[in-house]
Design a protein around this ligand. Sequence first.
Ligand SMILES: Cc1cc2nc3c(=O)[nH]c(=O)nc-3n(C[C@H](O)[C@H](O)[C@H](O)COP(=O)(O)OP(=O)(O)OC[C@H]3O[C@@H](n4cnc5c(N)ncnc54)[C@H](O)[C@@H]3O)c2cc1C
Ligand SMILES: *[C@@H]1O[C@H](CO)[C@@H](O)[C@H](O)[C@H]1NC(C)=O
Ligand SMILES: *[C@@H]1O[C@H](CO)[C@@H](O)[C@H](O)[C@H]1NC(C)=O
Ligand SMILES: *[C@@H]1O[C@H](CO)[C@@H](O)[C@H](O)[C@H]1NC(C)=O
Length: 536
Amino acid sequence: MKLSHRLVAGAAGLLLALPSAVHGHRIAVIGAGAAGSSTAFHLRQFADADGVDNVNITLFEKTDHIGGRTLTAHAFGDANQPVELGASIFVQINEILWNAAANFSLPLQPAGGFDDDAALLGIWDGDKFVYTQDDRSSGWWNLVRLVWKYGTAPYRANKLMQATIQRFLELYRAPYFPFRSLTTRAYELELTFVTSQTGQQFLDANNVGTSFSHDIVQASTRVNYASNLARIHGLDAMVALAPSGASQIRGGNWQIFDHMARASGADIRLNTSITHLDKVPGTGPPETKYVIKTTDAFGVESEEEYDNVVLASPFQFSGIEAGDGVLQNAIDGIPYVKLHVTLFTSPLQFDAAFFGFEPGSKNVPTTVLTTLADDDDDQGSSGADGSGKAGFFSISTLRRVINPSTLREEYLYKIFSPEAVTPEFLSGLFGVEVPDTFIGDTSTTELPVISWYYPHVFHSYPKALPRVTFQDPVVGDGLYYTSGIESFISTMETSALMGKNVARLIVDDIQGLSTGGAVLMENGEEDGKKTVIGEL
Ligand SMILES: Cc1cc2nc3c(=O)[nH]c(=O)nc-3n(C[C@H](O)[C@H](O)[C@H](O)COP(=O)(O)OP(=O)(O)OC[C@H]3O[C@@H](n4cnc5c(N)ncnc54)[C@H](O)[C@@H]3O)c2cc1C
Ligand SMILES: *[C@@H]1O[C@H](CO)[C@@H](O)[C@H](O)[C@H]1NC(C)=O
Ligand SMILES: *[C@@H]1O[C@H](CO)[C@@H](O)[C@H](O)[C@H]1NC(C)=O
Ligand SMILES: *[C@@H]1O[C@H](CO)[C@@H](O)[C@H](O)[C@H]1NC(C)=O
């Protein structure tokens, strides 16, 4: 910290003056995931629309690709067989993503279940299946089946989810958009009422039956957020229920952000990490300028001066050292879920015995979501990170694929788990010996059980425990932060929304407009509070 400060203080005098008349209003966006790409894209859109013609954007990304946690892998390393490793689905009410897909002519495809006659979705508690249904593109709300088992609970849960999501959508429009404080907006929209309780409490208070919450809602909070219902706030629980009609971009969702970044006209610097951020006095307005230190792919360091900086990555994982006084509002560390995502291919399907069926049974689900067992600790804290007796969050058969080296048809699988998948686990799942190396010796005549294996670990999303304050997007004078929204809702769309919000604030700030404050009601009171969602 001290060293960097001295270095920068020394270097500041040596920096070439970059007067805005020559190089425009310089904005550094750090991180080219959903948030940073959306920031760059909307900065250009808003600046153009308002005739602010001197906006000069640089988008920095430490990896060699755009998208961040929106990350696509390729089965068998074959570019023609993309598969989402990170964020895989979005829905039509995700208007930023949906409009971008349309505007950039990116092809959408349904991201429902395994599209096969034999597709079956089951919810497993480690002892037994508590629920099963046909999995073909039906999503959650296969209501006939749900109602048969759970009565009116699905209707109540659906109504509650719709009301909550409708309320959240107000954040996209005036007077709630743009916003300098997410905490204020969450309060004004009465969404803190939803985030202040666990999903379990919110559903209980609204008379959604216990078994529906336990079986269906909890399976969805586990597959979407690796969290049990008693350990996730009500808003994320409602978001986890929303994915009916889920879609994805054919070839990879990252393409949305790649197009946004390119359409922004930003100078895109891949393979470039920001290591330090310091502030120096500006010569005119703005009064503060920022100096960032970068390291490129060859380890070459440099320093550059900017009028605005947007931190578009969870700060705690960014490796950025902020100099004294840079962060006027300290950015709190947030506990994140460490999630193992394992993709692999196999010619085999799940062994019936593993799930307690007779050999050869046709009732073995092809996608297995999980919930807690009756004898699991009711808070769900038993087992690794609360995964309970099941030990994993989900195992999905994604689709049939062709193994390019054998031209054989196989299955593509994805596992979400709190710990690395072991050969013993896979041996049990398929009922045959999987070698310690996962992929067997291919020189023998015997074909391997696992033909392609691709494990990855993410800091995937915050552990969304109930809370009522959220890191605000303005963290210094001309310094912005996007990741605070992840504790509120963590999705590609919400990160993109925060990027759009920050872009709006910057373009307004350049024009000397002070937008984004508390919402004023017609009677002039500083109180835009809404009515409470659901019942107290
Ligand atoms: C397995 C998984 C499944 C998910 N499923 C879904 C889903 O189905 N639907 C959905 O909507 N969301 C899903 N999410 C959540 C979603 O991926 C995230 O909410 C969203 O992508 C976050 O975007 P971001 O831009 O805020 O952050 P990130 O995507 O993390 O982007 C930050 C970027 O900053 C870069 N960076 C970091 N530090 C520096 C530095 N010092 N210098 C330069 N660059 C830096 C990083 O390399 C990264 O590219 C999922 C996430 C995971 C992990
Ligand atoms: C943006 O700033 C860079 C300096 O990093 C400069 O080379 C470039 O000409 C500027 N672009 C515009 C359009 O002002
Ligand atoms: C980034 O680095 C990778 C190797 O790590 C290289 O293949 C790629 O060409 C680099 N891209 C850019 C734009 O520098
Ligand atoms: C493109 O995006 C804008 C919003 O940015 C939206 O109004 C418009 O409908 C989109 N165009 C298409 C073809 O969807």
